[in-house]
Ligand binder design. Structure first.
Ligand SMILES: *Cc1c(COP(=O)(O)O)cnc(C)c1O
Length: 379
């Protein structure tokens, strides 16, 4: 099945009892049993809900995976993966990634004796120095949030497999339309479905996709035991979002490319971070493992003063100043004080995330209007 067909049909069947073409929102906590333990596959909605099952099936199909588990947020999905580990186990994580992932690792799981090593994964070989007998998991994100750095998933997965270490890839920025990490050797794919999968800035949700049944059973047990499940209405919204993911992503990519070039040619812009530039250090890998370069990019102005950076952040009209990304509408964001404020300043600066970095989530509006908006704001 070609991608466009798959995004609309995958995993979704008309409702068996009514023929409703859209999966109903099963707004129920429990299910009637005909005798103790005799039921139709569902006994309690923390353990399972038919709307959620339809979404799990759809997401598994579009990520080329056998199993999917949907969670109440992206960080809840991350939380479940780390709960596979025991005190003393070690994780090698990318040094440049979503601030909330860094926060849950260092502020929550460090307390429980899990040890995290943060490594620059733009060169997969950098991972090797941190591997030891206790290493159980490699966590990476590509393209990274917000510096749009690229990690070679296949190269990392070869190292992980050689040492029998699990590899989890946060695929939020690429979406399943642009990149499928399981095909490149990852064991688990994680998404903040809040972003491109939902696509309309109206839901918080996350998911994990995998092929290994044993891993799925372990993660399902964690989900059922800890309870970070999404409600059925939110599952319905993400199911609907997925039906247009391919057309949205095509436009995100087109607009992202136009805006990246506009900014790069602007006399008041110093640097643009976008993995579709041929001179981007990760370009060759991005071209190899992605089907397009996406709608996320960051930039720094030549006048890097706090005053000028904040002036531009507050001067756009179509780009709304807000956290999050991946919706149909364009957003502008200041990582240092917004999405990545949970990372200590020295840590951020060391990894290249300066106070003057501006991040854009390019939406699917008309590209000329978006460019005019940025041009007016930059002045
Ligand atoms: C937003 C985001 C998350 C966290 O997801 P939530 O749905 O906000 O909990 C994780 N990773 C990346 C790359 C993100 O952008």
């Amino acid at each position: 099945m070609k991608l466009a067909t798959k995004f609309i049909h995958a995993g979704v069947e008309p409702d068996a009892t009514t023929g409703a073409i859209m999966t109903p929102i099963f707004q129920t906590s429990t299910y009637v049993q005909s005798a103790p333990g005799i039921h139709k596959g569902y006994d309690y909605s923390r353990a399972g809900n038919p709307t959620r099952t339809a979404l799990d099936n759809a997401v598994a199909a579009i990520e080329n995976g056998k199993f999917c588990l949907t969670f109440s947020s992206g960080v809840a999905a991350t939380d479940a993966v780390i709960k596979l580990l025991s005190p003393g186990d070690e994780v090698i994580a990318a040094n440049d990634m979503y601030g909330g992932t860094f926060r849950i690792f260092t502020k929550i799981f460090s307390k429980f004796g899990i040890v995290f090593h943060f490594v620059n994964m733009q060169d997969a070989n950098n991972i090797k120095a941190s591997i030891n007998a206790k290493t159980k998991l490699i966590w990476t994100e590509t393209p990274t949030n917000p510096l749009i750095n690229i990690t070679d998933i296949e190269a990392v997965s070869k190292i992980a497999k050689a040492h029998k270490i699990l590899l989890c890839v946060d695929n939020t920025f690429a979406s399943p339309y642009l990149q499928n990490p399981l095909d490149l050797g990852a064991d688990i794919v994680m998404h903040s479905s809040t972003k491109y999968l939902g696509g309309h800035s109206d839901v918080i949700q996350g998911c994990l996709i995998m092929n290994d049944e044993n891993l799925y059973e372990q993660l399902y047990f964690i989900q059922k035991s800890c309870g970070a499940v999404p409600g059925p209405q939110d599952c319905f919204l993400v199911l609907r979002g997925i039906k247009t993911l391919h057309v949205r992503m095509q436009r995100h990519c087109e607009n992202g490319e136009k805006i990246a070039h506009f900014l790069r040619n602007h006399p008041k812009v110093k640097t643009v971070y976008w993995c579709g530039f041929e001179d981007h250090p990760g370009y060759a890998i991005a071209k190899k493992q992605m089907r397009g370069f996406g709608g996320m990019l960051s930039f720094v102005l030549k006048d890097e003063s706090e005053e000028n950076t904040k002036r531009v952040l507050s001067s756009t009209h179509l780009f709304s100043l807000a956290e999050s990304l991946g919706g149909v509408e364009s957003l502008i964001n200041h990582p240092a004080t917004m999405t990545h404020a949970s990372i200590p300043r020295e840590e951020r600066i060391k990894n290249g995330l300066s106070d003057s970095l501006i991040r854009l989530s390019v939406g699917i509006e008309d590209a000329d209007d978006l460019i005019n908006d940025l041009n007016n704001a930059i002045g």
